[in-house]
Design a protein. Sequence first.
Length: 376
Amino acid sequence: MPHLDSQSLHLTAPGQSVTLNQLVFNKGGAPVVYLQAGIHADEYPAMAALERLRVRLEALESAGQLIGEIRLVPIANPAGLTQFIQGHHLGRYEADSGQNFNRGYPVLAADLAQRVAPNLGGSQKENDRVIRSAIVELANRQQAASLNDEHKAQLFRWACDADYVLDVHCDDQALAHLYASKRAQHDLKPLAQALQLDVVMLADDSGGASFDEAAPGLWAAMAQHFPQHPIGVGCRGCTIELRGQQDVSPELAQKDADGLVAFLGHIGALTGIEPIARYDHLTCDLEAVDLLPAPVAGLIHWHAKLGDAIEPGQTVAEIWPLGQMHGETLCTPVLARNAGVLMTRVSRPYARAGETLVKIAGHDPLTWRSGYLLGD
């Protein structure tokens, strides 16, 4: 049976706490894989998939097929699951601070470099051990001044020394897709195939200090800071987007869990698992993905659907303005700015001016995409 690690978060109202639960399978095994679901608490397909994965892992453990240590957090944001305001679930942002639950994780590169510098040498294996140990020490020293910070610090502590960090999400309406670093691209390509993802987006630093980049980014920073020393990839992190928020069913959850099991078998965390079948997908830099905004506010009439091939200048939607006092309704077209595949779109039929309506993933980097590459 897996070991249950429960941590209470206390920086809330007096006499109250929030409990985070982690299930650890085959503690002490290798490689170490950390998986969490629903850091944005309304990501229902993600939590469904990890619930089904838990059942599969229990059976695989009983059958003696676990080789690696697998850390599973099926509900990464129990506090966010309670954030219903007049019937609407607000899972993306903490209601108190307004902060995105998936931004602002610990940034420790400067402290880590100072700590490891005297102990690095010519052995990659020893350098990796020194860096991993120092990351754990720094993670355990994190002090929190709010419930939001305490929550993020605890998740980081659980994940920071893993070989793989798989952060499972969903979008609004979307094709299944993946965000990963260029350093980890080779190691995570089989994951995209196992989960039959349609788009893989690559960036070594997408901005915002999101969870999936917190630990892997430290390894990238050390490799850049100490080019004279051999340093491994260390931690391979990614964000998995399991289609759209409404895509919840036992069949889809089982399919996703089976894909994760196939990947765990591929990396040697499980034994006796069938090999991953080929599945073609688009791979592009995150700078080649346009976040196309609504030019005006109003009702949305879609001209394009998920998976459509889009050309520059193509009308992907029209915005119908509200409140005209006379004459025909004058609609405003929403015109694509790049060529690519329409990979996400909003589900609500009303657009606010400036909000991202769709994401179009192409091949060529876009001149207006730099710096902070994620939508908030």
